[in-house]
Design a protein around this ligand. Sequence first.
Ligand SMILES: [Zn+2]
Length: 168
Amino acid sequence: MSEVAFAENDRAVFSCSKCSKSKITDVSKYILSDSEVKLKYKCACGNTNKVILERRRNNRQSTSFTGVYTIYDKNSEASKGLITICNISLTGLRFKVEGRPNLSLYSKIRIEFKLNGKQRISKKGIIKNSMGNYYGIEFCEKDKFDKTIKYFITSKKGITAFTHRILM
Ligand SMILES: [Zn+2]
């Protein structure tokens, strides 16, 4: 038997595979773990359940920081401009450009901004999607899972939507 459930914030709802009784568990310490999380818990009925926590791959945090982009791709026209960072995740971000920029998909781009107006962040990435003046970029491998950004995301609320399933 396999079950799927939803949880809000840093809590997941587990339901026993034998008696269906549910249990709310604080799973905040696992939220940004990079590896698969397997948990075991014992229900009041005595049944031991095995659970895999399924987390959203990219927990995004909404922002409105001002920043600068620089296109440094050999195949694209070099350009630079002001942007607003709309949201940030551990693997990428989304920004808005004013005016009519000439940005192409898959261009290499550098984004610089100050996190909370303090810590200077500089990230390289690739433009993965666009809609109107909005662009989504994925950080290059070495710029993913930045500790400063991780701290920024975890210190905010509203990022943790969990699902889980009971192991067969
Ligand atoms: Zn039970």
